[in-house]
Each structure stands twice: as structure tokens, then as C-alpha cells.
Design a protein around this ligand. Structure first.
Ligand SMILES: Cc1ncc(COP(=O)(O)O)c(C=O)c1O
Length: 337
């Protein structure tokens, strides 16, 4: 076990300075006598939506948001959903849960994300109803803009999996705003975490209304058949505090990466000039002794036994490692940018 002061030891991106504010918000929740569907959930959604310039609906997990988006897109048994193979099993499983056929896409060796060429090939070949683009590692898929355009022109409903992408941007644009919907996870290891939680962002107001009903058994009119994917008010309070701290977390991680890690790791993943990575992971194309392991050890097409040839996904699984980089402002202050 690493000592608590070791920068390599996992740390949740929670700032000790936020402890008293969080406790005050939790007291507010206790006093409000409304522990779900209350003011803190709305506040968290407003903050996340304002950041993205979209509507936002909080969920109990990424999975709830993904099911809402896929259901809104009309995905059902026999429909094809495109999905990068280099992702967490949550992504294909959400589509499989609705009875869809998942077609896996290969990734780029530079960004670990599905490529435009793969989208073009698979759209022509499989006529999908919907597609996932997963932003792996904290940066955005390098070809996100062109991929979104191709999907829009082909009538493919594009869902950006933003589980890793907190705080990333490209030319000022935020994750989840190129596709039809973006889904965040606030699971316990994410750049900002609420322990468990998720958020759907979208510029489509009809999807926002659908998602709000979907997470709550279709209330109030029950035209939507969802289940319980609500976020509790205590979790939302944590989300408010974390959302307000996000820019600082990302700036800190980037400053420490530039100062301490870049000079050591020449084989690091490098993002285009116009892109800011939230640095969920600091990825190097090397196998290192002192690492936190790999983003994913095995591509999903292998885990699910699909007999398709996706050489870059196999290559990426074998040829990268993640260097520890956890938000610990008390240990190491970044120099001013
Ligand atoms: C890429 C990706 N998608 C989806 C998920 C699922 O998120 P959740 O656990 O909040 O359902 C995760 C991680 O947990 C993830 O890393």
C-alpha cells in the first residue's frame, strides 16, 4: 500500500477545502425534507448545462442516461448500433440491453478513439440507427467534428460517451455537444466524482424532457416507459461542489503534467493544439513499471467474442500504460501557466 502522501496513490478529485461547504449543503438537504427531485439536483443540472450550453438531466449512473438516449433514438431489437471496441463494457452493454446488434469500430493509434474512416465504412455497410463515440482517457476523439457531421448527414443518432471527458474542450466546444447527446459518468474513479452518478447533456429540448421522464418511471404523464434512474439530493450536493471545482482540477492536472511528466515521457499521447484534455488518464505508448495499468486491458470485441479484425484496438491494448496523475493540490502547487 502506498503512503497517503505518495502522488502515485489513487485520490478522488475532491478538494479538502470543499468539505465544509459540502456539509453545509447536506444540512440544507436534511432541513429541506426533500431528499430526491429537489433544488440540489436542479442546481447541479443548471451548472452542468450552463457549462455545455445545453440542457442537462442528472441520472443515478451513466447507464441510465445511455438507456434514455438510446430509447429516445428508437433503438430496439434488430437495430444496429455502432460502438468503438476500445471502451468499457458499459457502452456496448447498454445497446445490447435494448436488443440491438452491436457493430464494433476500430480506433486510431494516436487518440485511442474510433476514427472517421471507421464510421464511414460502418455506416455504409450496416445502416445503423445510432452510434457511440467514446472519448477515451480525458481528451476528445481527434475527429469528433467530422464524425458528428457524417452521422448527421446519414441520419445516425450520435451519442458521445463522455465518461472520461470531464473538463476537455476543442476550440472552446465541450464534450457531448457535437453529437445528439453526451453522457457523463460520475463514478468513483472519474475526474470529478459523486461516488455514483451520471448526466445527459443535449441541445435537443425534446430529448431533455424525455430523459427527465425516463429516469422517473415516466412521471408525470407516463407516456415514457423508463425506470428509476434518479439521483439523490445528497449526491447532487456533491455534484454542485465538484462542478464548481472542475476547471481548477483540470488546470492543476495540466500544469503538473506539463511540469513534471512531459519532460520524462516522450512517448506520451499528444493532443492537437486546439484541444484541452481533462487528463482523466496520462497515457504513454510504452509499458511502464510504475503505472496505474492500462485504460482497458482487452477490447470489447474480444470480451464479447465478436470475430472481427480490429488491429488498432488490439495494438492499443498492448502498447500503452497510464502514469499516475491525481488531483492533490495540497502536495504540489502547479506553477502559474
Ligand atoms: C467509457 C465509460 N462508459 C461508461 C461507463 C459507465 O459509467 P457508470 O458506472 O456511471 O454507469 C464508464 C465507467 O464507469 C466508462 O469508463
Amino acid at each position: 500500500m502506498l503512503p497517503p502522501s505518495d502522488p502515485a496513490r489513487f485520490a478522488i478529485g475532491f478538494d479538502a477545502r470543499d468539505r465544509s461547504r459540502l456539509h453545509a449543503l447536506w444540512d440544507e438537504v436534511i432541513d429541506s425534507q426533500q431528499w430526491s427531485e429537489g433544488a440540489l439536483t436542479r442546481r447541479f443540472e443548471e451548472l452542468w448545462g450552463a457549462r455545455h450550453d445545453t440542457g442537462a438531466v442528472a441520472f443515478g449512473s451513466w447507464a441510465g442516461g445511455a438507456l434514455a438516449a438510446l430509447t429516445f433514438a428508437g433503438v430496439g431489437p434488430g437495430d444496429v448500433v455502432l460502438c468503438p471496441s476500445n471502451t468499457f463494457m458499459a457502452t456496448p452493454l447498454a445497446a445490447l440491453h435494448l436488443g440491438a446488434d452491436v457493430v464494433f469500430l476500430d480506433c486510431g493509434r494516436d487518440d485511442l478513439c474510433a476514427t472517421l474512416a471507421e464510421f464511414e465504412r460502418a455506416i455504409g455497410q450496416h445502416r445503423p440507427k445510432a452510434a457511440f463515440l467514446v472519448h477515451i482517457g480525458g481528451h476528445l476523439a481527434f475527429e469528433v467534428e467530422a464524425i458528428a457531421k457524417v452521422c448527421q448527414e446519414a441520419g445516425v443518432f450520435l451519442i458521445e460517451d463522455c465518461a472520461h471527458a470531464h473538463g476537455a474542450s476543442l476550440g472552446g466546444g465541450h464534450p457531448g455537444t457535437w453529437g445528439d447527446a453526451g453522457i457523463y459518468s460520475f463514478y468513483a474513479t472519474k475526474t470529478v466524482s459523486t461516488g455514483e452518478g451520471g448526466m445527459l447533456v443535449s441541445r435537443h429540448q425534446d430529448l431533455i424532457a424525455f430523459a427527465a421522464a425516463f429516469r422517473n418511471y415516466g412521471k408525470p404523464d407516463h407516456e415514457v416507459q423508463g425506470l428509476n434512474f434518479r439521483m439523490s439530493e445528497f449526491t447532487a450536493a456533491l455534484g454542485v461542489v465538484q462542478a464548481e471545482r472542475l476547471d481548477e482540477i483540470v488546470a492543476w492536472k495540466n500544469a503538473v503534467a506539463r511540469r513534471d511528466l512531459d519532460p520524462v515521457y516522450a512517448s506520451r499521447l499528444q493532443v492537437p493544439d486546439a484541444m484541452v484534455s481533462g487528463l482523466y488518464k496520462y497515457i504513454v505508448f510504452d509499458r511502464l513499471d510504475r503505472s496505474t495499468g492500462r485504460v482497458y486491458d482487452q477490447p470489447c470485441h474480444r470480451l464479447l467474442g465478436h470475430h472481427v479484425d480490429l488491429p488498432n484496438s488490439d495494438w492499443v491494448a498492448e502498447h500503452h500504460s497510464c502514469v499516475p496523475l491525481y488531483y492533490r493540490p495540497q502536495l504540489s502547487a502547479p506553477s502559474p501557466a
